[in-house]
Write a protein that binds this ligand. Structure first.
Ligand SMILES: Nc1ncnc2c1ncn2[C@@H]1O[C@H](COP(=O)(O)O)[C@@H](O)[C@H]1OP(=O)(O)O
Ligand SMILES: [Mg+2]
Ligand SMILES: [Mg+2]
Ligand SMILES: [Mg+2]
Length: 413
């Protein structure tokens, strides 16, 4: 074999350098495979931000996962909207005394079927399971009817998320597919088919929430909010959290770690055009609008009022159910989300926060527990190492945490 001309070494080196810059995750994984390195490899931000501007140069990391999640949530929302507007919601009470409806079961089955059609090896931590449907044939047939009717009007979009579920038994299998115990290894989706079920029953806000966690880190987040106004800057109503009179409600939010966050109108077919969203600049925290749960049992309204008052906030809180709170602050309609614990024993569930956290982080915010500790999504189905949630623009997060700590330590005395 003739010797390789020296300039060719430069050429090889340039190719290797370019792959490391343009496709770092693939590059390091391939290198690790070649070198037989078995240790954990970090998730690497796919490429410098300037390369994201030109889609022909580089395929965005998690593009397929984001699109799948957006369409799967959009299809599930067709089902939840039909239950929301019907007077009978097939409500049951779970062993922890929280409500669940035929909407929750149907939406979970549809979304897990979509995930499994595209990513059969991925695990899912889903809130619901099929036990009640296996025990009650009438309930099963009610949910099966709903599931069969929920189709995206665009056949390519419907096909891309696996098409309809084939049988009632397949529906039960999909519904039971959310039993993963979570953890910090590999790809695990966190799914809340209806978040804010109490709001859903009351006629308030609710959300269909799906996140992909990679090695325990929320990486893709998608939330459908059928009752939020499409206009990102529509004022929040202090009583209900949304302006019920506004036309064209229904928003689909999406975010990928390192790539920013978007909102778009929720449709019944293919995806609408996305708009970039960011949190509002908040130079003075006393001007903040803060969001909290409607249910006094889910977060401490008293502690939250004390924190707001110490921060000099005079505006009424906006009370709304579900992760619509994360969505509202991510798009600058509100500024802070305060969720102080009401009980020493309650453990927040990962599906109640994973998607919202990606959205807020990608819109310029920071999310931690009430003591400023990062949320650990990689230790099971709950956030058992954390107490409470504080989400705020990065610029004021530390200031808010100081005040939260003061309020909490004053309570202990
Ligand atoms: N004691 C509690 N503390 C905090 N969150 C709770 C508590 N009980 C239930 N939740 C959860 O809070 C979420 C809704 O929050 P919000 O009130 O902010 O909309 C629901 O997912 C609900 O769980 P579940 O789905 O079991 O009802
Ligand atoms: Mg929930
Ligand atoms: Mg739920
Ligand atoms: Mg629930």
């Amino acid at each position: 074999m003739p010797p390789i001309a020296p300039y060719r070494y430069f050429f090889f080196a340039a190719v290797i350098l370019a792959s490391a810059i343009l496709q770092p995750t693939t590059f390091f994984r391939a290198a690790a495979r070649i070198l037989h390195i078995k240790q954990h490899l970090p998730v690497v931000n796919p490429a410098p931000a300037f390369l994201h501007t030109n889609r022909t140069l580089h395929t965005m990391a998690y593009e397929k996962e984001l699109e799948l999640a957006l369409l799967a949530v959009q299809r599930a929302a067709i089902l939840t909207k039909s239950v929301y507007s019907s007077h009978s919601k097939g409500t049951l009470t779970k062993t922890d005394s929280s409500p669940v409806t035929i909407g929750d079961f149907g939406a979970q089955a549809l979304i897990i079927a979509s995930i499994k059609s595209a990513f059969p090896d991925d695990e899912v931590v889903g809130e619901e399971d099929a036990d009640d449907l296996r025990a009650n044939a009438d309930l099963k047939s009610l949910v099966w009817d709903l599931v069969q009717q929920a189709k995206l009007s665009d056949s390519a979009a419907e096909g891309s998320i696996g098409g309809p579920i084939k049988s009632a038994d397949d529906m039960l299998t999909a519904l039971d597919g959310g039993a993963s115990q979570g953890g910090n290894k590999g790809r695990i989706w966190a799914l809340d088919p209806i978040d804010g079920t109490k709001g859903f029953l009351r006629g308030g806000q609710y959300a269909v929430c799906l996140a992909l966690m990679v090695d325990g880190v929320p990486t893709v987040g998608v939330i459908g909010c059928p009752n939020l106004p499409v206009d990102d800057k529509a004022p929040l109503d202090s009583k209900t959290g949304f302006d019920a009179s506004s036309e064209g409600n229904g928003v689909l939010f999406g975010a990928v770690k390192g790539q920013g966050a978007t909102s778009r109108a929720l449709t019944d077919g293919k995806l609408a055009e996305p708009k970039k969203i960011t949190m509002s600049p908040l130079p003075d925290v006393s001007q903040a609008t803060f969001c909290e749960s409607v249910e006094a049992g889910h977060s401490s309204h008293g502690d939250q009022a004390a924190i707001a008052s110490k921060l000099g906030i005079t505006k009424d809180s906006v009370r709304m159910d579900s992760q619509a709170k994360y969505c509202s602050i991510a798009r600058g309609a509100g500024d802070l989300y305060l969720r102080l614990p009401t009980s020493k024993t309650y453990q927040e569930k990962i599906w109640d926060h994973a998607a919202g956290v990606v959205l807020v982080q990608e819109a310029g915010g920071e999310v931690s527990d009430a003591y400023g500790k990062p949320l650990n999504f990689g230790i099971g189905r709950t956030l058992k190492e954390n107490k409470g949630i504080i989400a705020a623009p990065k610029s004021v997060h530390a200031q808010v945490i100081e005040v939260v700590k003061e309020v909490l330590s004053a309570k202990k005395d």
